[in-house]
Design a protein around this ligand. Structure first.
Ligand code: PMT
Length: 322
């Protein structure tokens, strides 16, 4: 039998969460991040859209790393290019949301999807008089990237916060969630990041580079507490919460997505298969399962997905406010 706290989080999870944060290395520039968040949320909570107060969504994107050494040379990584998070951010902004984009350093960024891998060197060239101009084939993509990004950031509608390790990710997520608490049901969490399930606790981690001369390496990894329930119940109890489930087997996928909906009390779970994730996703809610397809080969599955989630969020806000 699970022993449950007043807020609905079982005691075992609470203990694991406390131990994770107590032993995590201090977050660099926590004060700077908190200040940015306060400014961003204060500004956005004073704005209104056509349907009432402006909504704010936290989109998490990319994979977390698990360092194996405190002075880290080696780490375990999680697969995620950040494409889902970056694309979804663009569609949320288009739908009138403000976005806190919590992303893994070096992964795909909003408005940059049509740029080549090394945009600075491939999109620009030197002219004869040594000034810089856009290389013609990329001029449209560069214009879209700069204007989209500039409009969102200078308007104060997009705040980008980077992470690398699981420690940074969860500490920043907690700061974001607690800062967004005052937004009530107008806040949304869209957790597309691939979050590590196992980690090496900081105090039991080697300080220096592990020596290969010592022979085969035995590692004991602790379980990263599932933060979704804590997010939902403690950090942001009135926010609309969407999580993701990735599997390679469709049967397991739908079963696990259904379990996540119940266990973590999510408002929606987006189930995706690795090989088809850019073409189709299944939106799992209390009302059932709906397949969401992209319209054609040149469109994004995130376009109809975000449209459906925005509608569900609107109904949720209405329900809470009546
Ligand atoms: O970035 P792309 O290349 O475009 O790919 C997108 C994606 C496939 C990574 C994305 O669509 C996706 O499915 N993200 C979640 C992948 C995943 O790792 O799922 P999971 O089963 O490990 O986690 C399920 C949920 O639990 C996630 O919302 C995660 O944020 C959360 N979680 C996971 C571990 C943990 N310790 N705590 C958590 O809260």
């Amino acid at each position: 039998m699970d022993v449950v706290n007043m807020d609905g989080v079982d005691v075992n999870t609470s203990v694991q969460v406390k131990s994770f944060f107590d032993s995590a290395p201090a977050l660099k520039d926590a004060t700077g991040i908190s200040n940015k968040l306060t400014q961003f949320i204060d500004k956005n909570s004073s704005l209104s859209g056509s349907e009432g107060p402006r909504r704010v969504v936290c989109v998490t994107s990319g994979g977390t790393t698990v360092p194996l050494e405190q002075r880290c040379v080696r780490y375990i990584d999680n697969f995620s290019s950040g494409h889902r998070g970056a694309t979804s951010t663009e569609y949320f902004l288009k739908a009138g949301y403000s976005v806190i984009f919590l992303y893994r350093r070096g992964t795909c960024q909003p408005y940059c999807r049509s740029l080549p891998d090394d945009p600075l060197l491939e999109c620009f060239e030197l002219t004869n008089d040594s000034s810089i101009q856009v290389h013609e084939p990329y001029s449209e993509a560069v214009k879209i990237a700069i204007s989209g990004h500039h409009e969102a950031v200078s308007g104060g509608f997009l705040l980008k916060l980077p992470f690398t390790t699981i420690f940074e990710y969860l500490q920043i997520l907690r700061l974001i969630a607690t800062s967004m608490k005052n937004l009530g049901p107008n806040a949304m969490f869209y957790s597309a990041a691939a979050v590590s399930d196992f980690y090496v606790p900081w105090e039991s981690m080697a300080i220096h580079k592990i020596q290969s001369a010592s022979g085969p390496l035995d590692l004991r990894l602790a379980q990263v507490p599932k933060m979704l329930l804590v997010l939902r119940k403690e950090w942001a109890p009135t926010a609309f919460c969407v999580s993701f489930k990735l599997e390679t087997d469709k049967e397991i996928l739908l079963e696990k997505a259904g379990n996540a909906l119940k266990r973590y009390k999510m408002h929606a779970v987006v189930a995706n298969e690795l090989m088809t994730r850019k073409e189709v996703v299944i939106l799992v809610t209390d009302s059932g399962q709906v397949s969401v397809h992209r319209e054609n080969d040149n469109s994004d599955v995130e376009s109809p997905l975000i449209k459906q989630l925005v509608e569900k969020h609107s109904s949720y806000i209405k329900e809470i406010n009546t």
